[in-house]
Design a protein around this ligand. Sequence first.
Ligand code: CLF
Ligand code: SF4
Length: 293
Amino acid sequence: HATQVEAGTLEMTDRHPCYSFKAHRTYARMHLPVAPRCNISCNYCNRKYDCVNESRPGVTSEVLTPEAARDKYLLVRDKVANLSVVGIAGPGDALANWGSVSRTIKLIKEVDREVIFCLSTNGLRLPDYAREIVQLGVKHVTVTVNCIEPDTGSLIYKHVNYQGRVYRGAAGAAILLQNQQKGIEFLARQGVLVKINIVMVKGINDERIPEVVRLVKGLGAFITNIMPLVPAPGSAFENFAPTDVAELNRMRDICGQDMRQMRHCKQCRADAIGLLDEDRSREFSTAGKKLNT
Ligand code: CLF
Ligand code: SF4
């Protein structure tokens, strides 16, 4: 599909440190940890830590109310140069906490018309909230898509909690994958720039990543970010080897023939602040503590 992206959105993207390689040494992002709960269970996740889809394990962060998040934004905006993006990336899933997340966005919009909002989600609830995301003017959404068929999904997702029921194995994965795909297509058609994060896990989904990339390209996604597995202590994948960097880069090269690739991801904390290369979260944290890094 031809994605209808407005010129204004592309201008914003030039100031987005994750979507634009050029921007990442100049423009800073701030994550607001307003999303504590999650509605699925990824085998690479340990719930004590931040959402691994978007952030690295081994650190935990405070959780803020929407009002406290706005106040923190105002404080940080005055101290961090070129702060262009407010992202919501956990510690759980942005759409499993949509009340707090949408309220946070509204409160910040009341005090700042310029800032770019960015959301990261597993995509389960996209069919429910994609329309509201668009109405709020959010133009940058990341969805983590690790596979496109339920059998592989059953190796990655323990369960999916949907409409009051828990679905396990391939049945749960089928719901998740279908909702992800529907949501990505809807957002892309509405001119949202959708980034797809893919966690590369050897022996589980690695060989089929090119198929994932081709599918999401067809749905209108803007860029893919193939990320290494960082085995989280206490997760089902804790004894897996971290993804080999050479293999990761080879996969990015292969997929780069089909689709724009992000290669400068830092697997940030859910409360990260600053340039991607210089996390200043501790400077502004009231409760965040490092656990075991
Ligand atoms: Fe944050 Fe993610 Fe938005 Fe960036 S992070 S919600 S798109 S503003 Fe960026 Fe960090 Fe990688 Fe994410 S470097 S983990 S890709
Ligand atoms: Fe953990 Fe994120 Fe997966 Fe939820 S979506 S289980 S927080 S890695």
